[in-house]
Design a protein around this ligand. Structure first.
Ligand code: NAD
Length: 367
């Protein structure tokens, strides 16, 4: 299979971690007989420096022309970087928002998985860490409160701010279909999260999700109120498989879920549209504090590449090969500094970013 991948190395540690993900993809191509052709584009601070804007129209065209986009991370130190003295529409993050909008990426998938080898990093009770968890948050990304009209005006001598939350049936249906499709590839359980005891948009959400569920009799559906979900995530995260939710709830819950894994450098993400196209990136930022030192953890980006194989190229076996290789490297005791337990450092092998990429690539097998 031949696939064209547009890469966005970006800023900070971005170029280092994307290099490692390409290294692993090249090994997958060699072992499984595929061809991956890469084209790098600029986005974020590096694009501001080179072109004066965080994303050019040519870069958008290159992203659209590819089969998928693999990204590192963008942005700099928000207190000291000159990029943050620019007006908001010219700052690094504006490039990413523009790209998501241009590519109509409405479905955001963020897995939160506790590796048994990293269970001590889980900040919850020891018993929760022992039990483990493996969930995927399916967040609607282009509707809801963040995209509604907003205004602040003076009414009767005081300021009044209004943000409007709108969801159309079609927007809910397409993300629900994505959620149930993904659940079929996992443990066949969807928990749909809303605030249907208060919000009309949530009552519509629940109605449409129930309609979609009828086409998936093999997948179980439960509804959960968002406040309860926030509690259940810290009480017993093992109960969740696919969490299907709207934009703002998903924003907050996905950060909560990533926190309880205790290792942000391990978490991939995917943003999909209604074709097989997707943008794949780690859940963390550009970590400018450690950029250029070859100490970043490349695993979140490598696992994002595995998601790309699975969701955009339908190459499940190849995705498994990457995930198995990551597990093996952890079992063998290799750790980048962010996942190295401070009290037991001598039990593990401290591993550089480029070395971690080599070790994972070496363990890719067609089994
Ligand atoms: P961050 O995720 O970049 O860093 C938070 C902490 O985690 C830092 O101490 C960092 O060193 C560490 N860290 C993050 N990823 C790591 C990795 N792979 N390996 C080892 N350690 C890692 O968050 P921040 O400091 O708040 O943001 C830095 C910049 O990244 C900002 O400009 C922010 O806007 C941007 N950002 C970009 C994206 C994106 O591109 N999608 C997402 C979040 C933040």
């Amino acid at each position: 299979m031949k696939k064209n991948i547009t890469c966005i190395p970006g800023d900070g540690i971005g170029p280092e971690i994307v290099t490692e993900a390409k290294k692993v993809l090249d090994k997958v191509a060699e072992v499984f007989g595929h061809e991956f052709v890469y084209k790098d584009i600029l986005m974020g601070g590096c694009s501001i420096d080179a072109c004066g804007v965080p994303l050019t129209d040519e870069a958008i065209a290159d992203a659209k022309a590819a089969d998928a986009v693999l990204m590192g991370s963008i942005g700099g130190n928000t207190s000291t970087s000159p990029w943050y003295k620019l007006e908001p529409s010219l700052r690094p993050e504006a490039g990413l928002l523009k790209l998501r909008k241009s590519l109509n990426l409405f479905a955001n998938l963020r897995p939160a998985y506790l590796y048994p080898q990293l269970k001590d990093a889980c900040p919850l009770k020891e018993a929760t860490g022992e039990k483990g968890f493996d969930m995927l948050i399916m967040r609607e990304l282009t509707g809801g409160l963040y995209f509604g009209d907003r205004k602040t005006e003076e009414v009767d001598g005081e300021l009044v701010a209004t943000d409007i939350l709108v969801y159309r049936e079609s927007e809910i249906r397409r993300i629900a279909v994505r959620g149930f499709d993904v659940a079929r590839k996992r443990r066949k359980s969807v928990i749909s999260v809303d605030k249907a005891n208060v919000l009309d948009s949530s009552r519509l959400w629940r109605k449409v999700v129930e309609e979609v569920a009828k086409d998936y009799p093999d997948v179980t559906l439960e509804h959960m109120l968002v406040d309860n979900c926030a509690m259940q995530l810290v009480k017993d995260p093992s109960q969740f498989d696919v969490v299907l939710t709207e934009n703002m709830f998903g924003d907050i819950l996905s950060d909560e879920a990533s926190m309880i894994t205790g290792s942000i450098g391990m978490l991939p993400s995917a943003s999909l549209n209604d074709t097989s196209f997707g943008l794949y990136e780690p859940s963390h930022g550009s970590a400018p504090d450690i950029a250029g030192q070859n100490i970043a953890n490349p695993i979140a980006t490598i696992l994002s590449a595995a998601m790309m194989l699975r969701y955009s190229f339908n190459l499940d076996k190849e995705g498994d090969a990457i995930e198995n290789a990551v597990r093996k490297v952890l079992e063998e005791g290799y750790r980048t500094v962010d996942i190295l337990p401070k009290t037991e450092e001598n039990k593990f092998t401290r591993t550089a970013c480029s070395e971690m990429g080599d070790l994972i690539a070496e363990r890719i097998v067609n089994s």
